[in-house]
Write a protein that binds this ligand. Structure first.
Ligand code: GLY
Length: 463
């Protein structure tokens, strides 16, 4: 955990932001895999971690804003717990680590909330993303679980986003720890790849690096010779001559801060000419995006700039024709680059996505587009110092999408489908880094993982 003062200060600020009512935070519970006593690894709710740091299941917390009273609710340690799990600090001791003096058993939570409701106080809670938490809201507040999201407090969502968007020094240090493990994961993947082994041979090694370093995974590893499938979690293919490996993976630090890195490299350590040409376009789009990151710029403008670089590169290869600005404005580039440039990273790999992308990545001034491709941009608004963003452009040849657009005669004025069809078995390329916005501009987090054609070939071929 961080120093208890950090959690107290965050909650003090929250009280000032919210001003009235009760704030209810529900921590996560154990989630069974196949029977109750065999749960998935426990992952605490990120906002609970942010305001309390307490990383054990079945906790709740209430802040009575007007009375300036804070309580952590949870069961105390029983002899049974000690028999199965060993000695644990008492609930009081744990709450004190978060700077909270008062604790109470879970049965008192309902009473506390009912009392507040009777006094006409509003109960602010965040949108639930786990069914058991939606059911708990129903039990505690009488709001049907199916509409629990609709009644979540927008005021609280906005206040939490306002705080969590700006990473402090201690959080950046924690992210750097995740990045140093992620550096090992990615360089090991490059050094391990060879003809004839399975994708899972690499996945096992790199995930082992995360766990043996005291970290876990920030998200399920994407490692595939079919990089055109954007979130491909199948790892059963044998590595073959001429294929590229997309490795999108990252560690989550002990305090649950994420790293989210992608590298693409040839199985054999040598790019073909065709691969090199596409790779250089993606690399240019990615490096240009990083250079553009600074306070005051809208992330959507950087996304559009990356799309133009991709379109211009593909024009040189004969796949796009006509005016680049017009082609990108119309959305023709999305055949090759159908996702957004990036998202915030922090306690979640898509930071605060549970609170709603409209609150995290958009605001009064920047509204979401409904155009295919641009609509997937998770974050579009202006950047500020303290934000951490991914920059992850890609080029993909997705046969099903190519065929659909051909059958619809879509953007024929901008796309040479005959040329595109020569690449339909190509796969995909994505390159991604995580960037802190600073007062002066930006800083790329972590030690530099090979990215230029020469550096990638060197590390992948020399083993
Ligand atoms: N790195 C996986 C994702 O951003 O969804």
């Amino acid at each position: 955990m961080f120093d208890s003062k950090i959690y107290s200060q965050r909650r003090d600020r929250l009280k000032k932001q919210i001003q009235r009512g009760l704030i209810l935070f529900l921590g996560n519970e154990e989630s069974p895999m196949n029977y109750p006593a065999n749960p998935y690894p426990f992952r605490q709710d990120s906002s609970f971690l942010y305001f309390y740091g307490l990383d054990t299941p079945c906790l709740a917390a209430v802040i009575d804003v007007e009375a300036d009273k804070e309580i952590v609710f949870g069961e105390d340690v029983s002899v049974e717990d000690i028999i199965w799990m060993g000695a644990l600090p008492s609930l009081k001791e744990r709450a004190m680590q978060a700077g909270v003096k008062d604790t109470a058993p879970p049965k008192d939570l309902e009473k506390t909330l009912k009392q507040a409701i009777q006094q006409g106080k509003k109960i602010h809670y965040l949108p639930p993303y786990r069914p058991e938490i939606a059911l708990k809201i129903e039990e505690l507040l009488g709001i049907h679980h199916a509409v629990a999201n609709d009644y979540a407090s927008k005021e609280l969502i906005k206040a939490v986003v306002e705080q969590r968007s700006f990473k402090i020094k201690e959080e950046i240090e924690e992210m750097e720890k995740a990045h140093s493990v992620t550096y090992e994961m990615h360089t090991t993947a490059m050094k391990t790849a060879r003809l004839g082994i399975y994708e899972r041979d690499i996945v096992g090694r790199i995930e082992g690096i995360a766990f043996s370093s005291g970290c876990s995974l920030a998200f399920p590893t994407i490692l595939t010779i079919n990089g055109q499938i954007l979130h491909n979690h199948y790892h059963g293919n044998i590595l073959k001559e001429g294929r590229l490996i997309v490795n999108d993976s990252g560690a989550e630090s002990a305090l649950h801060y994420a790293a989210d890195i992608t590298r693409t490299f040839p199985v054999t350590g040598k790019f073909t000419q065709k691969q090199k040409e596409i790779y250089e376009i993606v690399l240019k789009a990615q490096e240009d995006s990083i250079k553009s990151i600074k306070p005051g710029i809208k992330f959507r403008d950087i996304h559009v700039q990356a799309a133009k670089i991709i379109a211009a590169g593909l024009k040189e290869l004969g796949m796009i024709k006509g005016d680049i600005d017009e082609a990108v404005k119309a959305g023709a580039h999305a055949l090759f680059f159908p996702h957004g440039l990036g998202h915030m990273v922090g306690l979640d790999v898509h930071d605060m996505e549970d609170l709603g992308e409209e609150f995290v990545g958009y605001d009064e001034r920047v509204k979401r587009s409904d155009q295919f491709g641009l609509a997937y941009l998770r974050f579009a608004r202006e950047l500020h110092p303290g934000f951490v963003m991914t920059a992850e452009p890609g080029i993909y040849f997705i046969p099903a999408l190519i065929d659909k657009w051909i059958s619809e005669k879509k953007f024929e004025q901008f796309i040479d489908y005959e040329k595109v069809n020569q690449y339909r078995d190509f796969g995909g390329i994505r390159i991604e880094d995580n960037i802190l916005v600073t007062e002066e501009g930006h800083k790329v987090l972590g030690k530099s993982i090979p990215k230029t054609v020469d550096d990638v070939e060197n590390i992948t071929a020399n083993k």
